[in-house]
Design a protein around this ligand. Structure first.
Ligand SMILES: Cc1ncc(COP(=O)(O)O)c(C=O)c1O
Length: 480
């Protein structure tokens, strides 16, 4: 955060807007219609009905002038494109990894890694799962073991590295289950589902040591690496003076495989798996040609490959990567000033509202996070994302497996929103908090069996949506 002469701290943008896109704030009655049409699922809203799209930070980040310029130099070829060679060279330069497999997005990397390394009954210890990761690992017969430190699941906390893995729990698991039954250890940078919370470099070092001692592979999901690098530099003693590139290299040296969604890391669209292990590379490359495309494009357009290459260079600059976490911290602090329960400390990717504490009268089986995301849209036109029980699955008894946390994520795509957008969001959420008793639960009317949160359709219990809209319109008119 930047400190003004007055002492006030604000997120200061180290960029200027040179291309802009108009957005529209629909009247409340139209927002109500839109949320009903979308089955109370913010994934199913039409973007034209959305004022501030805080659904995700994935594939919707602002690109730099350098990225756009590099896209014009793309070398379009099915095989042997120069764009891919430049990408490979950049990966070697930044991560020190020689083998690079391009994939069309993060979950494609998860598919290939899971198919290569996971057998029926294999265990995969991780700090915490991500939705698509879990789906791919389980599809291949894997069993996930979440070993995040206890503090990671403590919503209100001042612990700087809530994404750390519990070292004692990992040792215990290896002792009990045997290293041979572990497919790999997975660490996720700025752990998405628990509020974008980072791990420390020291923790990764310890995990890597245990992995080495037991001959287990260490796989890093680096989709949110940029913000994790920022937090290591900002919060972890002994790293303040290191450059972002130095910290990146240290992290990369500790991991056997790194994969990422370039929809986040590098602010473009695509992904990659990188390693120095030739044997693993050879195993995985056949799956790339099967599922993604030839080895020099992997289902990504060459223009995007250029954008990722330049984007990776961009995020090695602290002034570039701090903009998003600083804005998130600002939002978290402003919401806290109004008494709104949020995940602390502020993490990467977005501000996370504690829907369980916001709507304590809604039981988890009636999806408080989904209801809150729909209510926020009705009162503000802001599209957030449910990250709670609705994003979970049903157990074999047909009952919801209740999630550890009920969150609504308001993502701040990198370099997209301004401080006044954030103040607008805080203002509307504060009104909703005052009127939270009006919000009730949701029920499924159409429930897909896999990743149900993407396409599932729901309905509001007891028509609370109408009551909420009526109250808002009665206070402010339809056009607010
Ligand atoms: C930590 C993490 N891993 C993997 C993925 C999947 O990436 P993609 O959406 O590009 O498939 C995401 C996407 O949000 C993510 O946050």
């Amino acid at each position: 955060m930047f400190t003004l002469i007055s002492g006030e701290k604000i997120p200061l943008e180290f960029h200027k807007a040179r291309i802009v896109q108009k957005i529209n704030l629909l009247p409340t009655s139209k927002r109500l219609e839109a949320v009903r049409e979308g089955g109370f699922n913010t994934f199913l809203l039409k973007n034209r009905d959305v004022f501030l799209d805080m659904l995700t930070d994935s594939g919707v980040n602002a690109m730099s002038d350098h990225q756009l310029a590099s896209m014009f130099e793309a070398d379009d070829a099915y095989a042997g494109s120069q764009s891919f060679t430049r990408f490979e060279d950049k990966i070697k330069e930044i991560f020190g990894k020689n083998f690079v497999l391009p994939v069309h997005q993060g979950r494609a990397a998860e598919n290939i890694i899971s198919q290569t390394l996971v057998k029926n009954g294999s265990l995969i210890p991780m700090n915490y799962h991500f939705t698509t990761t879990k789906a791919h690992l389980e599809l291949n017969g894997g069993i996930i073991k979440e070993l995040v430190v206890d503090e990671g699941l403590n919503i209100k906390s001042s612990f700087a590295f809530k994404g750390n893995m519990d070292v004692a729990k990992l040792k215990d698991l290896i002792n009990k289950e045997g290293a041979d039954n572990i497919a790999f250890i997975r660490m996720e940078a700025c752990t998405n589902l628990i509020g974008g919370q980072p791990f420390s470099l020291d923790n990764l070092r310890q995990i890597s040591q245990i992995a080495n001692d037991n001959n287990i592979l260490l796989v890093l999901d680096a989709s949110l690496l940029a913000e994790n690098l920022h937090f290591i530099k900002l919060r972890e003693q002994g790293n303040e003076k290191k450059t972002i590139r130095q910290i990146t290299q240290e992290i990369a040296d500790l991991c056997d495989i790194i994969y990422f969604s370039a929809r986040k890391l590098g602010c473009a669209r695509g992904g990659a798996i990188i390693t120095n292990n030739k044997e693993l590379f050879d195993k995985m490359k056949t799956l790339v040609t099967l599922y993604e495309g030839f080895l020099t494009y992997g289902g990504i357009s060459v223009r995007e490959i250029e954008a990722i290459t330049t984007g990776l260079d961009d995020v090695m600059d602290e002034d570039v990567i701090r903009q998003s976490p600083d804005s998130i911290e600002f939002m978290v602090e402003e919401l806290q000033k109004k008494g709104i329960p949020v995940v602390t400390p502020a993490g990467g990717l977005g501000c996370h509202i504690d829907a369980g504490a916001f709507l304590p009268h809604i039981k988890q089986e009636e999806y408080p996070s989904g209801a809150l995301a729909a209510a926020i849209f009705i009162v503000s036109g802001i599209r957030g994302m449910e990250r709670g029980t609705l994003s979970s699955i049903r157990g074999s008894d047909g009952k919801d497996i209740l999630s550890d946390m009920e969150l609504v994520r308001l993502a701040l795509p990198r370099r997209v929103f301004t401080a006044s957008h954030i103040r607008f969001a805080v203002d509307r959420i504060a009104w909703l908090f005052e009127n939270r008793h009006l919000v009730k639960g949701l029920k499924f009317v159409e429930e897909p069996s896999v990743l149900r949160f993407f396409l599932g359709r729901l309905d509001a219990l007891d028509n609370w949506d109408q009551e909420l809209a009526n109250k808002f319109i009665a206070e402010f008119g339809d056009n607010m």
